[in-house]
Write a protein that binds this ligand. Sequence first.
Ligand SMILES: [Zn+2]
Length: 310
Amino acid sequence: MSQAIDIFLASFLYIGLCFRLIQKNYFLLIFAKNFLVISMIPKIIFLFFFLNSLFISQNVRFYGEAKPGNLMIGAGDNISKVLFDNKELLVDKSGVFVFGFDRDAKGEHVLKIYYDNKEQETFSFLLEKREYGKQHLTIAQKFITPPKKELSRIKMEAELIDEARSKIGKINDPFFMNGFVFPVKENKITGLFGVQRILNNKPHNVHNGVDFAGNIGDSVFAIADGIVQLIGENFYYNGNFVLIDHGQGLSTIYIHLNNVFVKNGEKVSKGKVIGEVGSTGRSTGPHLHLGVQWYNKRIDPMSLFSLIIK
Ligand SMILES: [Zn+2]
């Protein structure tokens, strides 16, 4: 509706300006010789396109909140290029692009939009520090200091994940524009994004995802449309898992699964059952760990579920 009002107002202004031009030319018609009038035509045509371009640019829309760990989506018309902190973003043909702020992002972040008519706009996002809590957990010591015999396996598994992740960011289609759904039916959260983990009383890694409570065998859903990038079987830390590419550098990972129901390269829709909740890998009990990344930036999955895409 608001778009219709915008178009109406723009058309109204536009007709008004055209009328002014015609008026001006009417007087010229009276005083000028024919060749002068003819010479005005290219200028009128130029002004027509110039005014047109003024009305069609500078209408970019943003979805999401600029906060450490958050994902934001932008959409606009006639965009030729977008730079975020001087890195060129993928922009699809409908003008959609996505960007995100890492868990530890701070200070000013700059987004520059270049339009087809050579104009540009700059948006500055100033981030406030976000506080994350602490979480104490007791887990088997072998998962904190893995036995020597497992080290080569852990290294190989990490390389497989790195290799799969390096392929994400090549798809220009914003599959995520169909929206997001929760990955499990009951959204009881047992581990928040970003918290500092204290394992067996010692500070350990940061929790780069959200843990959802569940029972072994509960369905796990793809949270958005995408393409399965990697299936992991019985990895030391992740257990069984699924990594999905949602386009433009956005990916999700579902770990500790009991079972996996999809294949590498499979196209999935949001809500599709991709596996079952389990407790495989480094896990204290049945739950789903959902991790989100935009390229290598750690994103809070909860920032996706609150996005309302129109
Ligand atoms: Zn977790």
